[in-house]
Design a protein around this ligand. Structure first.
Ligand code: KG4
Ligand code: ZN
Length: 365
């Protein structure tokens, strides 16, 4: 199907703001949502959303099983669409465009969302908007009553990515730095696994860390990788190795106690947050910008949020987060990215059709 032409961006919201349906299926969450622009303020507005997480299904395997993920997306997507329409009190015919995650992600899982969106768009004779998953995360903090203005520095911290970007507008993203190996989310997940916590590890590690005795945490020395590297690159693989060494040492000495495990969890969280905060401040300094936007699953971490808020207060910078429920994968961020691409006249020319892009650099979107 050809990508239709859309009007260029205008400062004023259009008379009838488009209603965009978003579909997310890149990994282990099926998300569907309806987003539009407030006709008075022009601010994005979430009208309804439904989400199904496959966490319980994959937990038995200790991680995501791609084939099971794809099959579950197929099962869930239509009921979730019905639920979203019911919540928004809207008919399917009211939808103006359908956005879906075209990549990056698991190929089979992405194909479910793409086939669903393309088929629906064909049936309704409406345009389809392929969306980059990370762009969805990146723009998700705009889905609030008081969204940040462009330009801003964005910290993208998900399970697969850790990136700092300079964002000057929708579709205008400059990569400032990224991880050379593990992502911050992976560092959480792998450390959690070493501590005997289940999948997904990040939230479990964070919950355990909150119970830790600060005096025990202070005694644990973990590396803060690349803290003083002078650039905006990250590296978290060494942290996991340091945690493994601590766990093995504790096992050799009779096993890790409950308080010891909680302290180690808090030390991991502190080490990851310290590096992320330092690099964010450096990125703000380097770009001369005073607004920071944090997005992605790790952005839900309360310790990281508090650390960033106090660091930015000290530097007289503003920091914006999505609602914690919108940090991890969801349909709302995809609907929003689609809506903003549509209304700013910057639709991606590199994706679409029934093909998906399991690997897709954001700068090419
Ligand atoms: O953005 P996301 O939902 O999926 C990807 O696109 O990767 O991020 C998932 C990542 C996982 O590594 C998960 O453990 C981590 O975000 N995560 C957290 C928390 N909630 C999710 N990490 C630390 N603390 C949390 N509260
Ligand atoms: Zn994600």
């Amino acid at each position: 199907m050809n990508t239709p032409e859309f009007p260029p961006a205008t400062a004023e919201p259009p008379l009838k703001a488009p209603l965009v349906l978003g579909v997310e299926s890149s990994c282990d969450e099926t998300g569907v949502a309806l987003v539009t622009l407030d006709p008075v303020t022009g601010v994005p507005k979430l009208l309804g959303q439904a989400l199904h997480t496959q966490v319980a299904m994959h937990a038995a395997y200790g991680g995501v099983v791609p084939e099971l993920a794809s099959r579950d997306h197929i099962r869930r997507v239509v009921p979730l669409l019905r639920q979203t329409l019911a919540e928004a009190r809207l008919e399917l015919s009211a939808v103006d465009a359908i956005a879906y995650t075209a990549g990056p992600g698991l190929a089979g899982a992405l194909l479910v969302g793409s086939a669903f969106a393309e088929a629906l768009a064909f049936a309704l004779d409406k345009p389809v908007i392929p969306v980059h998953h990370l762009e969805g995360h990146l723009l998700s903090p705009l889905l609030t009553v008081d969204p940040p203005q462009f330009p801003f520095v964005a910290l993208l911290v998900s399970g697969g990515h850790t990136q700092l970007m300079c964002v000057t507008g929708v579709g205008h993203y400059e990569l400032l730095g990224e991880t050379l190996d593990d992502a911050a989310g992976e560092a959480f997940d792998k450390s959690a696994k070493l501590l005997g916590l289940g999948y997904p590890g990040g939230p479990a590690l964070a919950a355990l860390a909150e119970t830790a005795d600060p005096s025990l945490v202070a005694e644990i020395k973990l590396p803060r990788p690349m803290l003083h590297s002078g650039d905006l690159e990250f590296s978290f693989a060494g942290l996991k190795t340091a945690v493994l060494t601590k766990v093995k040492a504790a096992e050799a000495a009779g096993g890790l106690s409950g308080t010891g495990r909680a302290a180690l969890a808090a030390a991991v969280q502190e080490a990851i947050a310290a590096v992320l905060v330092a690099k964010c401040l450096q990125a703000l300094k380097q770009t001369g910008l005073s607004r920071l936007v944090v997005a992605g699953g790790v952005g839900a971490n309360r310790y990281l949020r508090a650390s960033l808020i106090s660091a930015c207060q000290r530097r007289k910078c503003e920091v914006y987060f999505p609602d914690p429920s919108l940090c991890t994968d969801n349909g709302a961020m995809i609907a929003l990215a689609g809506l903003l691409r549509l209304t700013s006249g910057t639709l991606s020319k590199t994706a679409g059709g029934f093909s998906v892009k399991p690997r897709w650099p954001l700068m090419e979107a």
